[in-house]
Ligand binder design. Structure first.
Ligand code: ADP
Ligand code: ASP
Ligand code: MG
Length: 419
């Protein structure tokens, strides 16, 4: 069996879903089809949640327009949507009911209960459309399969339980094709959870691992993985094959084309990952595998935006090495802040992290007793793998460099954002 994953851009309207069905026609194997929320639905649900949580009545209008968007897609696709209408209308009403009383839980828990509807609706519509076209795809509620802890918005999969359930839920003796949700899971207690924004790629990889898939394919709006985001550098070139290692380095550095957690479950079982274009679906795209041959070593450019560079200095000059490092990084981890770059000197540690002010303020307040901190906001982290002098010149020309770090294969610059 194989796993296919379709992201929000590929299913943003009726035409996108017809295209998805067309891609499936070419697939001979048993399939699990992982689907994200339509278009920008997750952002829209975040906005519904945020306003509702702040007791701003505007959430009702925001939700109405989301519901209308889904109805429009459904009516465009399914000529006689009576069966589907029933189920999906119940689901719309369920969310409205949920929001009709004030929040009961902390924000992150409410987030997962609300935002998970995007994937539930998209998959209901896709599965129903495929059925109406005679493709016979079974809908699976992944919240009952991928069981997680209750670290809301960044939930961890409970592996053994989830694996057992996955093998039971996706039974190819009975059914050839299943449609299910990316990005979401559920707790034993029945609460919805989410795996982190853009997490549908990760879901596809997890299911690929648990079901011993022959391959996982993620269908994107780009021809494959390129040596830069083509929205940034318009002359970006395709990378036909890359190794798992290269892919991990790229995604960790900030290449947004696949979610950073995607690679590990595939690498563990040596399952190839194909990144292909849903627009030019006949083309091969990029293969990520163990022994990839890099035909020519192109410099790979990665930009990570919205960064903040923090310099931490122990107040008593007690030295940063040894214990201090442990204390400082433990504090980053306990505040849920992921560190993108570290540089330690004799009396300071420089750390580049995503600019999430709330978490950073809490962290600095905690460290403030023993350490002083200076920070530079409005920063970006630029990484070049397989760098050359010309490549460095190309992206740093005229930029204010706050920090530079070089190894033999990689150079990183933290630069001030322009404009
Ligand atoms: P999905 O629809 O699956 O969520 P995304 O939109 O998250 O897909 O990822 C595709 C986008 O990733 C592209 O539109 C492109 O702008 C961006 N991207 C970033 N880095 C790269 C890269 N190195 N190669 C290709 N695309 C990239
Ligand atoms: N719908 C979710 C998001 O927009 C998950 C995903 O698309 O991968 O973050
Ligand atoms: Mg995405």
């Amino acid at each position: 069996m194989r796993v296919y994953k379709f992201g929000g851009a590929s299913v943003k309207d009726g035409a996108g879903i017809r295209n998805l069905a067309h891609i499936l026609e070419g697939a001979k194997d048993n399939l699990v089809i992982v689907v994200s929320a339509f278009g920008k639905t997750t952002n829209a649900l975040e906005s519904v949640l945020g306003t509702w949580y702040a007791a701003d009545e505007i959430w009702k209008e925001k939700l109405n327009s989301l519901v209308q968007y889904h109805r429009d897609v459904m009516h465009d696709l399914v000529r006689n949507p009576s069966v589907l209408s029933g189920e999906i209308e119940i689901s719309f009403a369920k969310l409205r009911d949920y929001l009709s009383v004030p929040p009961r839980f902390e924000y992150d828990q409410e987030y997962d209960q609300v935002v998970s509807y995007g994937e539930l609706w998209s998959t209901m519509i896709v599965a129903e459309y495929l059925k109406s076209e005679g493709a016979g795809a079974e809908w699976v509620d992944i919240r009952k399969v991928l069981i997680t802890d209750n670290r809301y918005r960044d939930a961890n999969i409970l592996r053994d339980e989830s694996q057992k359930r996955a093998l039971a839920a996706f039974d190819f003796r009975k059914v050839r094709m299943y449609v299910t949700q990316g990005f979401i899971g559920g707790t034993f207690a029945g609460f919805s959870t989410t795996l982190g924004r853009e997490g549908s790629d990760y879901t596809a990889a997890l299911l690929g691992n648990m079901l011993d898939a022959e391959s996982v394919t993620v269908w994107k709006d780009v021809p494959g993985i390129m040596n830069a985001d083509p929205r940034w550098l318009s002359d970006a070139e395709m990378l036909e094959e890359i190794s798992y290692r290269e892919a991990v380095e790229m995604t960790f550095s900030g290449a947004k084309v696949i979610h950073p957690k995607t690679i590990k479950p595939l690498h563990n079982k040596k399952i190839p990952l194909y990144v292909r274009s849903f627009i030019e679906s006949q083309k091969e795209g990029t293969t990520i595998k163990e022994d990839a041959s890099l035909r020519k070593l192109l410099p790979v450019y990665i930009k990570k935006e919205d960064q903040i560079l923090i310099s931490i200095l122990p107040k008593d000059f007690s030295f940063v090495m040894g214990e201090s490092l442990g204390i400082v990084f433990q504090a980053f981890a306990s505040h849920g802040i992921k560190v993108n770059l570290v540089e330690a000197s004799a009396v300071s540690i420089n750390v580049c992290v995503d600019d999430e002010r709330g978490r950073i303020d809490a962290l600095l307040a905690e460290l403030g007793r023993e350490y002083s901190a200076v920070y530079n906001g409005n920063a970006e982290m630029l990484t070049i793998r397989h760098y050359t002098g010309a490549a460095i010149e190309r992206i740093t020309r005229g930029r204010e460099i706050l920090l530079e770090q070089r190894t033999r294969s990689t150079v990183r610059f933290v630069v001030r954002k322009t404009g």
